[in-house]
Unconditional design. Structure first.
Length: 317
């Protein structure tokens, strides 16, 4: 059975991959076992006292490096500015036809940003209209390259109302689901989180970041376009746009084309979802997490073995 000390180390080990120290409440939120607050704080203090983990100000880390806390504070301040921008942009993106919900994901959803950060959006569309919505939104994105603001409009991950449940179920995807931050949606994200309760098998005390999103009435143009493509014509056009988009992305992958950040371009897509497909990205993260957690578990075991009282043998006469 996993101990609370081990669970704390595992939470810190995952975020240590990204040089991202955690606050006390964040560690508690990502424990992989249920635990009361009193026991948690006792174990946390014990780990610090034994030099297995380190505390700098309000942050805890597996690295004894004050610069990580400074980086986190600086990144939090910049994230607050980026979230203001994302709030304005999300209201605009929500005005596109068939868009049902907008959230931020990636590092920004974890309250971190730097000068190189994009604003990544997680977008929910009406059932069977994902490719119509995505095409219209990406046509608009072409314009943002002219103003140099394309990094504010990274519409990376799309699902429609028939694909709420995330297929890949692992530590990485569970954390991404639990940290996604809804900005617009009129309640659609409640359905999304309800469909992904499997995340509680990884983090039983964690709660999704559901927040009250403003109820926006659809604009006239949005309603007109949705009505125009509400029937069979919309179904056929949606499938056609999916087919030509996937074909184009397969060509990019074969030619090993790269994004403006130098990353190989690939798309994992189907009728009800579209998302980036960086080569083995999840597997690399999970492998590094496993190695990181294993190394510090051994450190914990060694400290506990040294601290354990000697075993006394009793001989019956």
């Amino acid at each position: 059975m996993v101990t609370t000390e081990q669970s704390i180390i595992k939470a810190l080990a995952y975020f240590n991959i990204f040089n991202y120290p955690l606050r006390k409440d964040e560690i508690f939120n990502f424990l992989d076992k249920e635990c009361d607050r009193s026991s948690f704080e006792k174990c946390l203090n014990s780990l610090c006292g034994n030099g297995i983990i380190y505390r700098v100000d309000e942050f805890y880390s597996l690295q004894r490096d004050r610069s990580l806390a400074v980086r986190r504070i600086t990144g939090g301040k910049m994230a607050a500015e980026h979230l203001k921008i994302a709030g304005r942009i999300s209201r605009f993106l929500y005005s596109f036809p068939f868009v049902k919900g907008i959230a931020v994901s990636g590092s920004l959803s974890k309250d971190f940003a730097d000068k190189e950060s994009d604003i990544d959006y997680f977008i929910i569309t009406k059932a069977n209209r994902l490719w119509l919505a995505r095409t219209l939104m990406h046509l608009f994105k072409k314009i943002t390259y002219l103003t140099g603001r394309q990094h504010w409009f990274c519409m990376n991950y799309f699902i429609d109302e028939l694909a709420f449940e995330i297929k890949e179920k692992n530590v990485y995807t569970a954390i991404e689901v639990m940290t996604v931050l809804p900005l617009q949606g009129n309640g659609v994200f409640k359905d999304f989180f309800a469909a992904n309760k499997w995340t509680r098998t990884f983090f039983p005390v964690s709660q999704p970041r559901v927040q009250a999103t403003p109820h926006l009435s659809p604009r006239t143009l949005k309603k007109m376009v949705e009505k125009l493509f509400d029937g069979t014509i919309g179904d056929k056009l949606n499938r056609w746009l999916m087919q030509i988009t996937i074909k184009r992305w397969k060509k990019k992958a074969r030619e090993q084309q790269r994004s403006y950040r130098g990353e190989l371009m690939a798309l994992d897509a189907g009728l009800h979802y579209a998302k980036p497909d960086p080569v083995n990205f999840q597997n690399r993260i999970l492998y590094r997490y496993g190695k990181e957690a294993e190394a510090f578990m051994m450190r914990l075991e060694n400290v506990q073995a040294i601290a354990a009282p000697p075993v006394t043998s009793f001989v019956m006469k």
